[in-house]
Design a protein around this ligand. Structure first.
Ligand SMILES: Nc1ncnc2c1ncn2[C@@H]1O[C@H](COP(=O)(O)OP(=O)(O)O)[C@@H](O)[C@H]1O
Ligand SMILES: *[C@@H]1O[C@H](CO)[C@@H](O)[C@H](O)[C@H]1NC(C)=O
Ligand SMILES: *[C@@H]1O[C@H](CO)[C@@H](O)[C@H](O)[C@H]1NC(C)=O
Ligand SMILES: *[C@@H]1O[C@H](CO)[C@@H](O)[C@H](O)[C@H]1NC(C)=O
Ligand SMILES: *[C@@H]1O[C@H](CO)[C@@H](O)[C@H](O)[C@H]1NC(C)=O
Ligand SMILES: [Mg+2]
Length: 492
C-alpha cells in the first residue's frame, strides 16, 4: 500500500483519480450509445433512473438557493430547466465574486485562487477523506501550501449514488453539489473557527468537477489531544464554543451542524476550525406542537416548546451545544483543569450536559474561565515568596537565584507530563513563581528557564531540567537556579 507523506504515492493517487474520472466519462458515452441502439426496456429503465437523478440534482440546486444572492438564483433556475452536463461551463459560484455587487468585500480577500493557479499544482500528501470528499495537500506554484477538496470517487456517497443510478457522470455532478454548498457557506460564514476559503475552481470539462481551495490544517486527533496540556484542550473547547455562538447568530440564521463529529474539524496552529460544512442545516424544524420539537440523543432526549410561528425555535443551537458537550467537553475539559477553576469547569459541564443554559451563557462562562486563567488568580493559593527577590519564607523552602540575560547549554533534561515537547519538561506557567512552585514539586528539577515564548493564552513557557553544563548569553532568557537549604549555607 501507499505510505502517507510519500509524494510519488500522492501523485500516483492523483493519477488514479484522473484516470477514474476519464473512465467515468467513457462509461457515460458507452451507456448513451447503448440506449440509442438498444430496445425499449433498457431505454425506459435508463430514463426512469435519469429522471430520478435529475430530480435529485434539482433538489440539491434548490437546497443551496437560500444562501446565494438573487443574481445567482436566476442563473440556477435557468440551468435546472435544461439538464445538461455541459451546463456548468460557466460557474455560477464564480459569479458571486465577479458579477455581483452585493457580495461582501471579504470574498475578494479570501476566495481568490482560481482554476489558473491549480494548473501547475503539486500534490504532496493526502490529508484525509470522508464519505463525500477527499482532501489533498498541495503546493501552489507561488510556493503556498493549501488543502484541495474534491469529490471522493471511491467514497460512500459516490458508491451509493452509483448503486442507485449507475451513472458515473451524473453522480459526480450530484455529489459535487455538496462541494458547491460548502463553497457558498464558506463565503458567507466567516469566523476564526471556520476554515478559510482560499479559492475554488469549477471544471469546465463536463464532469461537474469542483475543487475547493482551503487553508491547510491538521485533522483533529482526539487521542493526541487527550494527552496534551489542559490549556490546549481548553483552547479547542473555547474555539468550539465561540464557533457555536457565531453559528447561532450567523448571517444565514441559526445553523445546525447535523454531522457533528471531531473528524469534521481540523486545527490550524492549535486553533480549532470547522472544515466540513456540507451537512449544515439552515432552517429550524417546523412544528405543530411541542412533541414535534424533541432532540433525540442516544443517552438523553430534550424537548423544546413549539413557537407561535410553528418553529422549534432554538433547536439548532441546542443540538450543537449538546453535541459539543458529548463529543468535546466531556473528553477534553474536566481532566487536569487547574484546581481553582475546577468548580467553574464543572458548572459548564453540568449546564451543557443538561442543556440548562443557551450558547450565550456557555460562551460567557468560557470567557470567564479564560479571563481568570490568564490573570493568574487561580494561583493565589501559592506561597508568594519562592523567588529570591522576595525573601521571607526561603528559610523553609528552597529558593531560586535569578540570572538574567542568560540561557543554559548542555542541558540534562528529564521528562514530565504534560510537556509541550517530548524529550524534556516544557510547561506553561503564569509567572516565575508558578514555575518555581512546579520545580519544587519535581524531585529532578534543579533549574528552569523562561524566555519570551508564550502560549496562545499569553502564558510563559518554562523549561525545567535536572542540570546543565554552562550558561550562554541570551538577552531574551532568564535562568532560575534552585538553592537548597544546605547549599544556601555554603553559597552565602
Ligand atoms: N483544510 C483541511 N486541512 C487538512 N485536513 C482537512 C482539511 N479539510 C478536511 N480535512 C480532512 O479531510 C477529511 C474529509 O473532509 P470532509 O470535508 O470532512 O469530507 P466529508 O464530507 O467526506 O466528510 C476530514 O475529516 C479532515 O480530516
Ligand atoms: C428488450 O431486450 C430484452 C433482452 O434482449 C428482451 O428480453 C426484451 O423483451 C426486449 N424488450 C422489448 C420491448 O423489445
Ligand atoms: C428518547 O425517546 C425515544 C422515542 O420516544 C425513546 O425510545 C427513548 O427511550 C428515549 N431515550 C431516553 C434516554 O429517554
Ligand atoms: C448536574 O448536577 C446535578 C445536581 O448536582 C446532578 O444530579 C446531575 O447529574 C449533573 N448532570 C451532569 C450532566 O453533570
Ligand atoms: C446572544 O448573543 C447575541 C450576540 O451577542 C445577541 O444578539 C442575542 O440577543 C443574545 N441572546 C440572548 C438570548 O441573550
Ligand atoms: Mg467530514
Amino acid at each position: 500500500m501507499c505510505i502517507m507523506g510519500n509524494p510519488l504515492c500522492a501523485a500516483g493517487l492523483l493519477a488514479v483519480f484522473v484516470i477514474s474520472s476519464t473512465l467515468f466519462i467513457n462509461n457515460w458515452h458507452f451507456r448513451v450509445h447503448k440506449v440509442f441502439f438498444g430496445n425499449g426496456t433498457l431505454e425506459d429503465d435508463f430514463f426512469m433512473k435519469r429522471n430520478a437523478l435529475v430530480h435529485q440534482l434539482n433538489a440539491r440546486r434548490e437546497e443551496i438557493l437560500p444562501f446565494l444572492n438573487s443574481f445567482v438564483i436566476e442563473k440556477l433556475f435557468d440551468e435546472s430547466k435544461h439538464f445538461s452536463h455541459q451546463s456548468f461551463e460557466s460557474s455560477h459560484l464564480d459569479s458571486l465574486e465577479s458579477e455581483s455587487n452585493v457580495s461582501p468585500r471579504s470574498f475578494m480577500d479570501t476566495d481568490h485562487i482560481g482554476c489558473d493557479q491549480l494548473v501547475d499544482v503539486k500534490v504532496v500528501d493526502i490529508l484525509g477523506s470522508g464519505y463525500t470528499k477527499v482532501v489533498l495537500k498541495a503546493l501552489l506554484l507561488e510556493g503556498q501550501i493549501v488543502a484541495l477538496k474534491t469529490v471522493y470517487d471511491q467514497g460512500t456517497d459516490m458508491g451509493r449514488c452509483l448503486e442507485d443510478f449507475n451513472d458515473p457522470l451524473g453522480c459526480h455532478e450530484l455529489v459535487s453539489f455538496k462541494l458547491k454548498k460548502e463553497i457558498a457557506l464558506l463565503q458567507r460564514l466567516q469566523h476564526p473557527n471556520i476554515i478559510k476559503l482560499r479559492g475554488h475552481c469549477e471544471d469546465s470539462g463536463g464532469a461537474g468537477g469542483v475543487t475547493v481551495v482551503l487553508e491547510q490544517g491538521d485533522p483533529l486527533q482526539m487521542i493526541a489531544l487527550l494527552q496534551s496540556p489542559w490549556e490546549e484542550r481548553f483552547r479547542v473547547c473555547l474555539g468550539l464554543t465561540r464557533l457555536l455562538h457565531y453559528l447561532s447568530h450567523s448571517p444565514l440564521g441559526s445553523v445546525a451542524l447535523l454531522d457533528f463529529q471531531p473528524r469534521q474539524f481540523v486545527t490550524v496552529s492549535g486553533e480549532l476550525k470547522l472544515t466540513d460544512l456540507d451537512d449544515a442545516s439552515l432552517t429550524e424544524q417546523t412544528c405543530q406542537n411541542d412533541q414535534d420539537c424533541v432532540l433525540y440523543f442516544p443517552l438523553r432526549n430534550f424537548s423544546l416548546p413549539c413557537s407561535a410561528r410553528g418553529r422549534c425555535e432554538g433547536l439548532n443551537e441546542r443540538r450543537n451545544l449538546y453535541n459539543a458537550y458529548r463529543y468535546f467537553y466531556t473528553y477534553l475539559l474536566p481532566h487536569q483543569a487547574p484546581p481553582a477553576l475546577k468548580h467553574l469547569v464543572d458548572r459548564i459541564m453540568n449546564a451543557t450536559g443538561e442543556l440548562k443554559g443557551d450558547v450565550n451563557d456557555t460562551l460567557e462562562a468560557f470567557e470567564n474561565v479564560l479571563h481568570l486563567y490568564k490573570s493568574g488568580v487561580h494561583l493565589d493559593s501559592l506561597p508568594s515568596s519562592l523567588i529570591r527577590e522576595m525573601p521571607q519564607l526561603e528559610r523553609l523552602l528552597p529558593y531560586y537565584a535569578v540570572i538574567r540575560g542568560m540561557a543554559t547549554s548542555g542541558n540534562m533534561e528529564y521528562r514530565c507530563w504534560p510537556s509541550y515537547n517530548h524529550h524534556g519538561c516544557l510547561l506553561s506557567v503564569h509567572s516565575a513563581m508558578e514555575a518555581a512552585f512546579i520545580c519544587n514539586s519535581h524531585a529532578q528539577c534543579t533549574s528552569f528557564s523562561l524566555n519570551k515564548q508564550t502560549t496562545w493564552a499569553g502564558r510563559l513557557l518554562a523549561s525545567f531540567r535536572s542540570g546543565f553544563s554552562h550558561l550562554v548569553p541570551d538577552g531574551n532568557s532568564e535562568v532560575y537556579m534552585k538553592k537548597t537549604k544546605t547549599s544556601l549555607g555554603t553559597t552565602l
